[in-house]
Design a protein. Structure first.
Length: 164
């Protein structure tokens, strides 16, 4: 994966994840100052807006890395990070779809179902994404050549003292 793609994916995931977790916390765990207040905290609408505005950046980043990283490694059978990568990949679609549906559904029952589905898939995506990043950092620390992992070698070759 190119450095620009990697940084775009990490930054967009961090922005969307942070705004989503903060919005969730404010909405569901904070008590309104007054019993008749519509929002629990004045920052709640701003967190929601920030989450909605940054989400397309994450969708773009996922689309950008799909052909050069996700699909290439999936087809080649790369073993390093396969479980965490597949987890993030499988829940990524439902996470995006439920996120958009929350904005257009008006029926209270369906809206609640989409919100729960979005929260669950988002948390699983974040977990898979973070674990996937840790797998590749651990792989590099063990002395595995980056090109072997990127090339899709099923068992990366350890770096020797003579190789650079």
């Amino acid at each position: 994966m190119k450095p620009f793609e990697k940084w775009l994916l990490w930054i967009s995931t961090a922005l969307v994840g942070a705004t989503g977790v903060a919005y969730f916390w404010v909405k569901y765990f904070m008590e309104p100052a007054q019993p008749w207040d519509v929002v629990a905290h004045p920052i709640e609408p701003w967190l929601l807006r920030a989450h909605i505005v940054t989400a397309p950046l994450l969708v773009f980043a996922i689309g950008l890395v799909t052909t050069n990283h996700i699909w290439k490694h999936f087809r080649s059978g790369t073993r390093a990070g396969r479980a965490s990568g597949l987890t993030a990949m499988v829940v990524g679609g439902p996470m995006v779809v439920t996120g958009y549906l929350i904005q257009v559904i008006t029926h209270p029952g369906w809206l609640r179902a989409m919100a729960i589905a979005h929260i669950v898939t988002s948390l699983v995506f974040l977990l898979g994404f973070v674990l996937h990043g840790k797998v590749f950092r651990r792989t590099r620390r063990r002395g595995v050549k980056r090109r072997d992992v990127d090339a899709g070698a099923s068992s990366p070759t350890p770096r020797t003292s003579t190789s650079r």
